[in-house]
Design a protein around this ligand. Sequence first.
Ligand code: AQP
Length: 334
Amino acid sequence: MARIFSGIKPTGHLTLGNYLGAIQRWVEVDQHRAEALFCVVDLHALTVEHDPARVRRLSRQAATLFLAAGLRPDLCTLFVQSHVDEHTRLAYLLECTATDGEMRRMIQYKEKSARERATGGSVRLSLLTYPALMAADILAYGADEVPVGDDQAQHVELTRDLAVRFNQRYGATFTVPRAVLPPVAARVMDLQDPASKMGKSHAETSGIVYLLDEADVVRKKIMRAVTDSGSEVRYDREAQPGVANLLEILAACRGGEGKPEELAAGYSSYGALKRDVADAVVELLRPLRERHAELCADPEYVDEVLRAGAERARALARPRVDTAYRAIGLLPPV
Ligand code: AQP
């Protein structure tokens, strides 16, 4: 059976991009066919300026949303990264395996460090070393598959390189994982700026649909989405990125039933397309929002899921991380 690891960092309220690019597939496919671990990767949220109370709140909210979306603790392991020390223990060994140049080449590092500098902030060292921690998240569990949106594919490539290098230098220790991208909506774009990805930590929020937005807010954001200067509905990511984004969202909400280019043929105006996208997104999120409210009323249940998940994750990760410690030359504790 395949082993899967995937996570989301609590840097903002979860978005439609997080759902269509990751969570939907975890729920509908991954937890049923593989030994799957899903994680709120809270340590990654510390790589940029943050408010401690907000990170705590968002971590809990993300875990609750995972459950609300349909992750089942009897089928998968759901936990919080900082509850399992093996992640940081292994990350250090991987920092000792990676090079400075490899880390600096990461597109996300370039983009996020530029953003921090542009707003007068300083760039944390952990933003640079983030991919080593992400590699540790994956390699600690011997995961062979990592479901991600395409913005994370480069980090999974680096994880593969580090696993291969470590195995060659210190002996076979890690499984070499591969990224698995969703068939549609691998990159949901911002509704107001279809050249940028819909990202949960972006300051301008009018183009971002959050999973917990009220139905009328969702509708408003979608009806105001930037389209293109023409009026014809075609699926053309280059020439009509706004319309293409809406068609991809529609296809993904309908479970991949009908490709974006086929759906385009059914519309003669942007308004009709937007209305259908709004209806589809509102219907998709309705049960999730309802279940989220129920779970918020039962915090002990969420606590218990996270406690049991961390215990299972620890038991899975510890032997492999201990092996890596011995293999790289560290003396076993006496
Ligand atoms: N817009 C998106 N379209 C498709 N997939 C997406 N993902 C994120 N945004 C989109 C996927 O969601 C998972 C969680 O990602 P993450 O939280 O670890 O980091 P991220 O990719 O950097 O997500 P965000 O929302 O953009 O956060 P910020 O704004 O903090 O950087 C991943 O599988 C990701 O591919």
